[in-house]
Design a protein around this ligand. Structure first.
Ligand SMILES: Nc1ncnc2c1ncn2[C@@H]1O[C@H](COP(=O)(O)OP(=O)(O)OP(=O)(O)O)[C@@H](O)[C@H]1O
Length: 236
């Protein structure tokens, strides 16, 4: 379980996160939505230890995520970066196996990479291509394969459908849903895309003015007045 307790962060006199409480149960998929600039990335960076909060703490399995526990946590998480963020100078399989190669011989890492590429619908021949040779949808799949390469127990998806047309976005959402369900991983997704929320999420949290303005099961979001603006319709 991952929990955020009383998390606050300001930059200068701008309060971005204001005593945020949020938790994700093991195997649960939480989507965090919010307008641009509302602090979704800052929240993610605080969870990942890339930004130090002014107050509050992150708990993992009911204990503060600090020191040695953070190192252990980092071994068990995977991340799909916004925009994919593939390393241009590395081939597809080297991108997918980036972390694995620090732990095992290349031959074994390559085999796992090809297996993960198959999991996201890419043929083995893709393994030796360079990122510049990939279409946007393929690059996203490669980034997804990299996120799951080490069989993480916790996966973060940062804007997974950004830059994709609706058909490709739907395919990525379907893939993510399949991966999250079949691996039983805990998932936290940051997104603007309500189709992603419907497809991937069990629960959704709306970040607004530094606070969680609404959170609840995806099945109840259509009735939430707080979400009407995102859903593009009046509450049903
Ligand atoms: N290192 C920083 N220094 C100063 N201000 C920052 C820093 N990082 C983020 N901010 C500010 O915090 C606010 C929230 O930014 P954040 O990137 O978390 O928004 P977001 O909700 O992820 O937006 P988007 O959906 O556009 O990615 C913004 O006003 C941003 O300018």
């Amino acid at each position: 379980m991952i929990a955020v307790q009383g998390l606050s962060k300001s930059f200068g006199d701008k309060t971005v996160l204001d005593r945020i409480d949020l938790s994700v149960a093991p195997g649960e998929s939480l989507c965090v939505i919010g307008q641009s600039g509302m602090g979704k990335s800052v929240l993610l960076k605080c969870i990942l230890g890339m930004v130090a909060p002014d107050a509050g703490q992150i708990l993992w399995q009911d204990r503060p995520l600090d020191g040695a526990r953070r190192a252990e946590f980092m071994q068990q998480f995977g991340m799909l970066f916004q925009g994919g963020a593939l390393f241009d100078s590395l081939s597809v399989w080297q991108n997918v196996a980036f972390r694995l190669r620090q732990q095992m011989p290349d031959q074994q890492a390559r085999r796992i990479a090809i297996d993960k590429l198959a999991r996201v619908g890419l043929a083995a021949e893709t393994a030796d291509l360079m990122p510049a040779q990939l279409s946007g949808g393929m690059a996203k799949r490669v980034a997804l394969a990299r996120a799951i390469a080490a069989d993480p127990r916790v996966i973060f998806f940062d804007e997974p459908t950004t830059g994709l047309d609706p058909i490709r976005a739907r395919r990525i959402n379907d893939l993510i849903r399949g991966i999250v369900r079949s691996t039983g991983a805990t998932a936290i997704t940051i997104t603007h895309d309500m189709e992603s929320v419907r497809s991937i999420g069990d629960r959704v949290a709306l970040l607004q003015q530094g606070r969680i303005a609404w959170q609840g099961p995806v099945s109840r979001m259509d009735a939430a007045p707080e979400l009407a603006e995102f859903l593009g319709h009046a509450p049903q």
